[in-house]
Design a protein around this ligand. Structure first.
Ligand code: LFR
Length: 497
């Protein structure tokens, strides 16, 4: 039988890669053929994404593919983080370099949104948590600072959609990534006309919504020829929002599970069959992020591994060779519960020096005796804080949905950190199942396979994921259960949660 190969491009805020996948005997075989850095940069005094470099990396990935596998390729799909977009001019070219969501132009936009539409109304329509990174906040910033851009812009495409457009010439907004904008109607799965009107956002920016598994178009024949591809290569939308592609690949069975998609951000959630929008979810600021194949991802962002990535950046200034294995090793040896921080404090969102930010947090909460010169102590405080915050969020998800949770699936790159997996089990008091680490690329590839009729349902996709991956199981440690329970209460008290 002819082999159908798919190619996933998975872009994260730190790095991206190209992964080839093919289904064989009910299993997904994957191979990474290209990896590259993606980080944003300051230009014109603001933080932006070098989108043409991303495209160039895609082209390099395609060349590496044909060098290894030859000219036949069934489909391509791109996933990225949410919320960020590029504007296109009428002639189809980029209007400006896309902004990165941590750029400070969104300062002050939370107030604008509440004043213009009312937070409760925005939430009741979109079901999306308030965060300054949201596209709606970015639109409010454009309207305030550079309103002429809104006139010039003919289309708005999210980063992954933009890359699909560069490849195929087709303009579409995939639903899962569009949902992160806080500009969609969560129930209708369409742009919210009310919000566009209230914020004065032109109607032409409502790109056509497509869904994961939809064939968007085919790769530009000139590009195909240049990289050595033959025949028609489809562009199949995965869940363009990385978190939703990852959630597709949760190897869960039955009910009563929660998940964390663990990476630069840690998305803590439960899967539901439709949006959950109620007083509790509003008060707890929980998102209804669009899921693939009809699912809804009821979730909350936790600052995630970003916070340790930023610590590492600070430590590497003094010791460039210090890597994650050594950091974790030092954390293992450090004293437990030496200090408590809330990873979601504003201090940690875009710090100049994260160790200084942690010092500031500890001082402002009266924890002045903690030694922030010691790498192990700081790393352990961060890992414990993440585990506590997971517990805190899971408790809130349970309260808002009435759903039971008996097991936590951790998926994504963060699962490689066994210490954090164990801390998570200890903080939650129930089993943690870790893996797959490549959940996002797995979900991306299997949604392409779904679009090409090789698998037929979410259930089948998850069967393939289970057959193709070993999960590692972490049980809460009985000996330290009392200490973790006491420390969790301390964490909440110190952090004012
Ligand atoms: C994770 C993620 C989150 C989103 C954040 C910013 O990579 O996609 O789901 O909230 O990035 O877009």
């Amino acid at each position: 039988m002819e082999t159908k190969r798919h190619l996933a491009f998975d872009f994260g805020a730190e790095s991206g890669r190209a992964i080839v996948g093919e289904l064989k005997d009910g299993k997904l075989e994957m191979e990474e053929i290209h990896r590259f850095p993606t980080q944003s940069m300051f230009i014109y005094g603001s933080l932006r994404w070098n989108i043409y470099r991303f495209y160039e990396e895609i082209v390099t990935g395609l060349r590496k593919y044909t060098a290894k596998y030859g000219s036949a390729l069934e489909s391509i799909g791109v996933d990225t983080w949410g919320v960020d977009y590029g504007f296109l001019k009428k002639d189809g070219s980029l209007l400006e370099i896309p902004y990165q969501y941590r750029d400070d132009r969104t300062n002050g936009t939370a107030e604008i949104i509440d004043k213009a539409a009312g937070n409760r109304e925005v939430y009741d329509i979109t079901g999306i948590q308030f965060m300054t990174i949201n596209t709606l906040n970015q639109m409010a910033a454009v309207k305030r600072d550079t309103p002429e851009r809104l006139e010039e812009a003919h289309d708005m495409l999210f980063i992954g959609d933009l890359l699909h457009y560069f490849l195929s010439g087709e303009k579409a907004a995939e639903f899962t990534v569009a949902s992160t904008s806080q500009m969609l109607d969560a129930f209708k799965k369409e742009w919210s006309h009310e919000l566009f009107e209230q914020f004065g956002i032109p109607d032409q920016l409502k790109s056509k919504i497509v869904f994961a598994g939809d064939v968007i178009g085919t790769i530009d024949p000139k590009l195909a020829k240049e990289v050595g591809l033959n025949g028609t290569v489809k562009i199949v939308a995965p869940a363009v929002h990385d978190t939703a592609s990852a959630a597709t690949a949760i190897p869960a069975e039955g009910e009563n599970w929660a998940y964390i998609s663990s990476g630069t951000w840690c998305m803590v959630g439960v899967e539901t069959n439709g949006p959950v929008i109620n007083d509790a979810s509003y008060e707890m600021n929980i998102s209804n992020s669009g899921g693939s194949l009809g699912k809804n991802l009821f979730l909350k962002n936790v600052m995630g591994l970003w916070i340790i990535q930023q610590c590492k950046k600070a430590w590497n200034k003094k010791d460039p060779g210090l890597g994650y294995p050594e950091i974790v090793e030092k954390a293992v040896r450090a004293k437990p519960f030496a200090g408590f921080i809330d990873p979601d404090d504003d201090l940690f969102f875009a710090p100049q020096d994260n160790i200084a930010a942690i010092r500031e947090y500890l001082d402002k909460t009266g924890q002045t005796d903690v030694d922030t010169e010691d790498i192990g102590t700081v790393a352990r405080i961060v890992y414990e804080a993440l585990a506590f915050k997971y517990r805190y969020v899971v408790d809130r998800l349970k309260a808002a949905t009435g759903q039971q949770v008996e097991v936590l699936h951790i998926i994504g790159g963060g699962t490689k950190n066994a210490l954090l997996n164990q801390f998570s089990a200890n903080a939650l008091g129930f089993q943690v199942k870790a893996g797959p680490a490549e959940a996002t690329a797995t979900g991306n590839l299997l949604l392409q396979a779904y679009g090409c009729n090789e698998v037929n349902s979410l259930q089948e996709i998850r069967e393939v994921v289970r057959a193709s991956n070993e999960m590692e199981v972490f049980e809460p440690e009985n000996e330290t259960a009392g200490e973790w329970a006491r420390a969790y209460e301390q964490f909440k008290a110190v952090c004012g949660l």
